[in-house]
Design a binder for this molecule. Structure first.
Ligand code: ADP
Ligand code: MN
Ligand code: MN
Ligand code: MN
Ligand code: MN
Length: 381
């Protein structure tokens, strides 16, 4: 009998008996959704600035009113926040800067309101410790000729207010995994409404979701972003994560990107699919194999940046079981889901396409992962 062993890190979050959000009336807000906010002829909109906090894993946001519609992130004001409340600054010198990087349409307030993915800078405009976007952008700027594409598969699980997987029987766990992956039916998948709402919201926002599916554990799901070019893939993934947290808030459900939420069940990953122009061209398999060879020589260097705790989180997930390769070994293969790197069957058959790096954890920072892939496979650093 499988036991339910919860990862203590998940249990260390705020535990609620019931979700206060789930109990709120969902129709009250609609009474105010359509009130006219501003005089005719005025351009006024609300921008939600979104950023990664000092954990390198969790997301913060705050809103401001703008009196113009920005056509590019550079037109938006640099803003600031109290970095001492987010693990990003000392209390005595707390002002931390938010630099707008990518604009999305706001699916919650809708037109003309916007979501803005930002990165963070200290008082002296040096990047904060968890700002991995700067290096990622610098690497990408040197690789534009190679046209690197990234498609990321984001796995996650849903938790109830008591921080147990959503819908799991009290004190126990559901029958063993098997019927849940891509499942359909009320005893196999939970909270599809939330997943559907997330899909629509991401597409509305301008995030090209490639797809979504139910995963191997009940209340575990996946969505895929991309393929997108370079840094944009990581911006898109972070904003898709924000939208998921924000939506789940309304449902009274908690989203966890922890890579091994329950022992003896599949963990959560963020497989990163990667290609260059040469890999996608005829006989690109040669380029794919060259990249895999380079990756094989710096396995541990990559493991260190594939989760926010220098490999500690992935130690729990990359056990060699549950469709993973051991964290200690580098392996690759065609259509093999127990490898570090998989070449999809179709790519092997067509002799071109992309490779899948299966090592990044679900809570990885995609800026750091993309940065590492570009530097190893293209820049030969
Ligand atoms: P899996 O079979 O591993 O579950 P998925 O269908 O979930 O694969 O995800 C495949 C991902 O690969 C998607 O995010 C898609 O955007 C991405 N992808 C497809 N073609 C390419 C490519 N040429 N380069 C990079 N990523 C790609
Ligand atoms: Mn205040
Ligand atoms: Mn997938
Ligand atoms: Mn998956
Ligand atoms: Mn995959």
């Amino acid at each position: 009998k499988a036991k339910v062993e919860h990862n203590p890190k998940i249990l260390s979050g705020p535990v609620l008996i019931n979700s206060p959000n789930a109990a709120l009336s969902k129709s009250l807000l609609s009474r105010y959704q359509n009130i006219v906010l501003f005089n005719e002829g005025d351009t006024r909109l609300i921008a939600t600035y979104v950023w990664i906090d000092g954990t390198g894993e969790h997301i913060r946001c705050k809103d401001r009113t703008l009196n113009f519609y920005p056509r590019a992130p550079t037109e938006l004001p640099v803003w600031n926040f109290d970095g001492s409340s987010t693990g990003q600054a000392d209390r005595k010198n707390a002002d931390t800067h938010l630099v707008p990087r990518t604009i999305y349409k706001d699916p919650f307030r809708q037109e003309p309101h916007i979501l803005v993915m930002c990165d963070t800078y200290k008082y002296n405009m040096e990047p904060t410790e968890t700002n991995h976007r700067v290096n990622c952008q610098a690497a990408y700027d040197k690789c534009t000729k190679e046209e690197p594409w990234f498609g990321i598969e984001q796995e996650y699980i849903l938790l109830d207010a008591d921080l147990r997987p959503f819908g799991w029987p009290p004190g126990g766990c559901p029958p063993p995994q098997g019927p849940y992956y891509c499942g359909v039916g009320a005893n196999k998948v939970f909270a599809r409404d939330l997943v559907q709402a997330h899909y629509l919201c991401c597409l509305y926002a301008g995030i090209p979701l490639a797809g979504t599916n139910a995963e191997a554990m009940p209340s575990q799901w996946e969505f895929q972003v991309g393929p997108a070019i370079g840094v944009k893939a990581a911006d898109d993934l972070w904003m898709a994560r924000f939208i998921l947290h924000r939506l789940a808030e309304e449902f009274g459900i908690i989203v966890s990107f922890d890579p091994k939420p329950v022992e003896d069940w599949n963990g959560s990953g963020a497989h990163v699919n990667f290609s260059t122009k040469a890999m996608r061209a005829e006989n690109g398999i040669v380029e794919i194999e060259k990249a895999i060879d380079k990756l094989s020589k710096v396995h541990m260097k990559h493991i260190k940046v594939y989760d926010p705790r220098e490999g500690k989180d992935n130690e729990r997930r990359l056990t060699g079981l549950h469709e993973t390769a051991s964290i200690n070994d580098f392996t690759s293969g065609v259509a093999n889901r127990s490898c570090s790197i998989r070449i999809p069957r179709k790519c092997a058959e067509e002799s071109c396409g992309y490779l899948e790096d299966r090592r990044p954890a679900s809570n990885c920072d995609p800026y750091a992962v993309i940065d590492a892939l570009l530097r190893t496979c293209i820049l030969n650093e």
